[in-house]
Design a protein around this ligand. Structure first.
Ligand SMILES: Cc1cc2nc3c(=O)[nH]c(=O)nc-3n(C[C@H](O)[C@H](O)[C@H](O)COP(=O)(O)OP(=O)(O)OC[C@H]3O[C@@H](n4cnc5c(N)ncnc54)[C@H](O)[C@@H]3O)c2cc1C
Length: 445
């Protein structure tokens, strides 16, 4: 069988949900519950035509718009206070063509939906490391994960889009149809319309992977940090370690190392042996698994803050490590600093505006549940971001818009650099009223 379809739509849910309706509380839920909004209307769309209707209703009633797919925006962009949410969570269809290694996926599809469906055909998409993140937000922003070192960012793997633009037109967007929009949507996509379907390039399914983690504490933190720098600098097409500096349950500063290895067994064993020789883990839960198992089951909703920077590969490496270890020592209970290698490889299909800035990504995140702790984490992340910027070691990161809970216009300009002017000019043509502004917004020129 070379073709397969899956429709993960969960039945006949109410199509329009308003305040006061039974389904309202569940329908307005998002990943970052700290930024849970109270929209006036939630339009659950199944088709491009539904999206047009939702746009018209918003226009007639003068409501602001937010577009929601997986609902994992750290910045709360997937909902809007008193506005209308174009909810794509009923658009989780997948159609795989194994002969061309491509898939058409609905605009509300989650990473895990596609990973599982593609694996049945011996194929795999470039998605992130978390199962429940939406394909749409992930890829329109950038999208990186275990297969990025081989196959580029997720956005590089978009072949075609079906888009409803602000005037309600349904467009086919590809390298040959509206190429300027195709360029802009692959890296700044949420600004330009609602994507109801993506055609994506898939790749051979890794034969195996390594899941689990090794944990390092006490005197092992420094040597494991030296090794992490070596690994992240060296790079490998199969080795995408995610490293988390945090506190363990006893409050001790610890380092969690998740190898995320998708290479051959001998190579994975060698890489893990080198790691264990560099520092001794206090626990080790690593084990072979399939690629879908590596992507896992998702993470529960929480209150979050998030910011992201980049350490340049040619920077002052010892100063970078000292800065990181200083942040580690001062982490609050639920604060974390994440590291991973951002690889700006340029596949031949890469015609998008996605920034390609090489380096070690430094993600600063807080994840907690008690609203009384909001102020503490907001203050901490502001101070930490200031420390990073003042150090002059932390640079703007390619993946900024997917990993920040707050962003101002200056940072967006810096992120897109010389491309910003072209993006703003295109926005003025495609969305002159700035209807799509619940995102890392590029106002019309
Ligand atoms: C727990 C967690 C883990 C993560 N892991 C990774 C990772 O491994 N790799 C990685 O690259 N990123 C990762 N991210 C970041 C993630 O890529 C972004 O948060 C992404 O924007 C989420 O997409 P979404 O569809 O789930 O979110 P949403 O909040 O639904 O959407 C995000 C943005 O995209 C817009 N949008 C959504 N759907 C559409 C559409 N169909 N058409 C037009 N605009 C649309 C929204 O309006 C919003 O501005 C992670 C985030 C979280 C919270």
């Amino acid at each position: 069988m070379n073709r397969g379809t899956a429709d993960l739509d969960d039945g006949d849910r109410t199509q329009v949900v308003a305040r006061g309706d039974d389904e309202y509380e569940a329908a307005r839920g998002v990943f970052n519950v700290r930024l849970m909004r109270q929209p006036a209307l939630i339009h659950r769309c199944r088709t491009a035509e539904d999206v047009r209707v939702a746009l018209r209703v918003a226009h007639e009633r003068g409501l602001g718009i937010a577009v929601r797919a997986g609902g994992h925006s750290h910045a709360g962009w997937s909902s809007i206070e008193d506005g209308l949410v174009i909810d794509l969570t009923s658009m989780r269809s997948i159609e795989i063509d194994a002969e061309t290694s491509t898939a058409w996926v609905g605009g509300g599809t989650l990473a895990m939906d596609l990973v599982q469906a593609a694996a049945r055909f011996g194929l795999a998409p470039v998605v992130g490391t978390t199962a429940t993140v939406g394909i749409a937000g992930l890829l329109l922003g950038l999208g990186e994960g275990y297969l990025s070192a081989k196959h580029g960012f997720g956005t590089d793997n978009i072949l075609e889009l079906r888009v409803v633009t602000a005037d309600g037109t349904i467009q086919t967007v590809s390298a040959t149809s509206h190429p300027d929009l195709f360029w802009a949507m692959r890296g700044a996509g949420a600004n330009f319309g609602v994507v109801t379907a993506f055609k994506l390039q898939l790749h051979p399914l890794p034969a195996r992977a390594i899941r689990g983690r090794l944990t390092f504490v006490g005197d092992e933190v420094r040597p494991v940090t030296d090794h992490i720098w070596e690994v992240l600098h060296r790079g490998s097409p199969h080795y995408f370690p995610m490293v988390c500096y945090e506190r363990d349950d006893g409050g001790q500063a610890s380092v969690r190392f998740m190898p995320g290895h998708t290479g051959p067994a001998e190579e994975a064993e060698l890489d893990l042996r080198r790691l264990r020789e560099a520092a001794s883990p206090s626990s080790d839960t690593t084990a072979p698994c399939s690629y879908p198992e590596l992507i896992g089951a998702g993470i529960e909703r929480a209150r979050t803050v998030c910011d992201v920077y980049r350490f340049a590969f040619d920077g002052d490496l010892e100063a970078q490590k000292d800065l990181l270890l200083g942040l580690h020592a001062a982490l609050p209970r639920f604060g974390q600093v994440w590291l991973w290698r951002t690889v700006p490889i340029v596949p031949s299909s890469a015609v998008g505006v996605a920034p390609r800035l090489p380096g070690i990504t430094v993600g600063i995140a807080g994840t907690w549940h008690d609203p009384r702790e909001d102020e503490e984490y907001l203050r901490w992340i502001r101070e930490t971001s200031t420390t990073m910027v003042d150090s002059e070691l932390a640079l703007v990161a390619s993946n900024t818009i997917n990993h920040v809970h707050e962003i101002g216009p200056e940072r967006i300009r810096r992120l897109y650099g010389d491309d910003y002017t072209r993006l703003a000019a295109l926005k003025a043509v495609v969305d002159p009223e700035n209807v799509f502004r619940s995102n890392a917004n590029i106002p019309p020129a």
